[in-house]
Design a protein around this ligand. Structure first.
Ligand SMILES: [Zn+2]
Length: 384
């Protein structure tokens, strides 16, 4: 009997949480996710899955794990990320890496976002070991979702599987999510010519050019809002946020350098290239007026918007099994990358997004039975 070696749900989530796997754009925080991946690989291997571990190119110590049970084409992919965000020790009431239980909640970093999901999958898979599947069941654990989504991007490009359907277990309170916005961020840099403030003609003031840039961005924002709307979202239009501006050094100097960081969120149906084209076209006149002074660079790799057709088999079953109608959310996930595998894709998992990225993150014990039942129903629907 193989199952002897496998942990219970609480043991599994506790061991996953005990292995730090923080992703951060700050090098001092950023960690390898290898310990979590190897733990998952060992458990799923014990259950009879075949394991593939991918090193994500260009990132040291960042791994994806794919586990496969059964053979043939199509099937079900249960996917999630193995990393967590950093934590603020002062604001945690308990050790973030030690699972603790209080008031019918399990506390720990990654409990709901989203190491807990893998502990659920492990439980849902244990009764499967003896039954032959008609179609394969895949489990994917990715790296670096919280920063670059490099794990999911690489996995999608590697195209090693083509499941019929995929469920990403991010915390949605078990409501099927079929839509979210895309996200991109850019730095706009204006190179001026510094000089003494007593004679403005002796320099080129970068702040004054940036002022023109900002007015153009407001015009762009208005145009986008007029052209694109989607009533499924709380914020029904694409957004453009001015996030940070830095420039100049002294009141008595002509500003020689100014930069502005912006963030844009696209609606489903808008392509990333389209939004980038809108941005560069809106600043084209200023770029011509001041040759060589304006540059636009991507800050982080963009992540596309996501939409799954609501009239699809997967959405229908997910609504039926969960008892919830599908919805749109205002955060980004790996769904657009997983969808590139050519499968129907939804986001659906236990826990609330309100707890994600927060101190004292928890998973309510009341989620356990519902989630295990839902996962079993999905597996039976798509693999048997
Ligand atoms: Zn997450």
């Amino acid at each position: 009997m193989l199952n002897h070696k496998l942990p219970t749900f609480t043991q599994a989530i506790s061991q996953l949480i005990a292995q730090p796997s923080i992703s951060s754009s700050q090098a001092s925080w950023d960690q390898s996710n290898a310990d979590v991946i190897h733990l998952l690989a060992a458990w799923f291997e014990t259950l009879g899955f075949t394991i593939t571990i991918q090193a994500v190119p260009g990132l040291k110590g960042k791994l994806n794990m794919l586990a496969k049970l059964g053979s043939g084409t199509g099937g079900l992919l249960l996917a999630g990320h193995s990393d967590t965000v950093p934590f603020d020790e002062q604001r945690w009431h308990s050790d973030p890496f030690k699972l603790s239980q209080k008031d019918d909640k399990l506390f720990g970093l990654g409990s709901c976002d989203m190491k807990g999901f893998f502990a659920f999958i492990l439980q849902a898979c244990q009764p499967l070991a003896q039954k032959p599947l008609k179609k394969p069941l895949y489990v994917l654990a990715t790296a670096d979702e919280e920063t670059t989504m490099a794990g999911a991007r690489f996995f999608a490009n590697s195209g090693i599987i083509k499941p019929d359907v995929a469920v990403i277990g991010e915390p949605t309170n078990l409501v099927p999510v079929v839509m979210h916005k895309g996200h991109m961020s850019h730095k706009i840099t204006v190179k001026g010519q510094a000089g003494h403030s007593s004679n403005p003609a002796q320099g080129v003031n970068a702040i004054e050019i940036m002022h023109q840039v900002i007015s153009q961005l407001f015009t762009l924002r208005d145009a986008l809002n007029l052209k694109y709307q989607n009533p499924a979202f709380d914020v029904q239009t694409p957004t453009l946020n001015l996030g940070a501006v830095h420039g100049g050094d002294n009141a008595n100097r002509i500003c020689g350098h100014c930069e502005l960081d912006i963030d844009m969120r696209s609606l489903p149906g808008m392509k990333d290239e389209e939004l980038v084209a809108w941005l560069s076209n809106s600043l084209a006149t200023i770029a011509e007026k001041y040759p060589g002074r304006l540059t636009i660079t991507e800050l982080d790799p963009s992540s596309p918007s996501f939409q799954q057709n609501e009239n699809s088999d997967l959405v229908r079953h997910a609504e039926q099994f969960s008892g919830h109608s599908c919805c749109a959310v205002n955060y980004a996930t790996e769904a657009p990358f997983i969808q590139q595998l050519g499968c129907q894709t939804i986001v659906l998992g236990p826990g609330s997004i309100a707890q994600a990225h927060q101190p004292n993150e928890f998973l309510a014990l009341s989620e356990i039975n519902k989630t295990e039942r839902l996962l079993s129903q999905l597996i039976h629907q798509y693999c048997f």
